[in-house]
Write a protein that binds this ligand. Structure first.
Ligand SMILES: Nc1nc(=O)[nH]c2c1ncn2[C@H]1C[C@H](O)[C@@H](COP(=O)(O)OP(=O)(O)O)O1
Length: 220
């Protein structure tokens, strides 16, 4: 971040973007120089990454899918995907995810991506508001769609992925009630990076499962 025309006497103002100039563009990503006014009224610049795929009336760039596989006589499992991510240079552990197609709802995109990446047919049970992914870097947004999978449905007994050219996705099922410890086990065994959304969810589940009735104690 750099400042242009800093003036300590300026009155505070509503921060806003003034100008966006493309510095470099590829097929999928572009880099922009964003000129904006900060809360002190000073004009500043920011380097911003954007997806080129965003549609004019888009809801969000993509969806992440929290998919819970429910089967008789089995623990409920979270459906996870492991794949080599070129920007990271390593494998990652993520919720299934993908970009929303033109004129597609987040819910429809979630069910389509879940089927493609994992082979499972799901049912939407909830959806988050639009959420940002890395706002210091990019304007990228996602909606997380909660999906239940009936694992007893014959369609879900032997799920078959529908992967496109260049897509290589391993499906990993992790029991919900041991979500964090199973992730930790995977991380110690393999050179793999976990998505922050996944890990914070896992920490939340640990709290919910292990300390539901703990009373808050005032620290001395
Ligand atoms: N930043 C990207 N660079 C690429 O070279 N290709 C990219 C980028 N982002 C998406 N894609 C390609 C890869 C797939 O062919 C399509 C669709 O990806 P999708 O499955 O919707 O999303 P991810 O799961 O996040 O890859 O776009």
């Amino acid at each position: 971040m750099s400042s242009a025309g800093e003036n300590p006497l300026k009155a505070s103002s509503t921060p806003h973007v003034v100008k966006e100039e493309v510095i470099a563009a590829g097929k999928w990503i572009k880099l922009e120089k964003t000129t904006y006014v900060d809360p002190s009224g000073n004009t500043r610049f920011w380097e911003t990454a954007k997806r080129t795929t965003r549609q004019a009336n888009t809801i969000a760039d993509g969806v992440g899918i929290f998919a819970l596989l429910k089967r008789t006589l089995h623990k409920d499992c979270v459906v996870m995907v492991k794949q080599f991510r070129p920007p990271m240079g390593c494998f990652t552990l993520e919720f299934p995810a993908g970009l929303i197609d033109e004129d597609e709802t987040a819910e429809a995109a979630a069910l389509r991506e879940l089927k493609e990446e994992t082979g499972y047919k799901g049912e939407v049970v909830g959806v988050t508001p639009v959420t940002c992914l890395d706002p210091g870097l990019s304007n990228c947004t996602t909606k997380i769609v909660m999906v239940n999978i009936n694992g007893d449905d014959p369609e879900n007994i032997n799920p078959t992925q529908q992967l496109g050219d260049g897509e290589f996705v391993d499906v990993i099922l992790l029991p919900l009630n041991e979500f964090q410890s199973k992730i930790d086990e995977l991380l110690t065994k393999e050179n793999i990076i976990v998505d922050s959304k996944v890990y914070i969810y896992a920490m939340g589940m640990t709290q919910a499962f292990s300390k539901p009735n703990e009373l808050p104690v005032l620290k001395q």
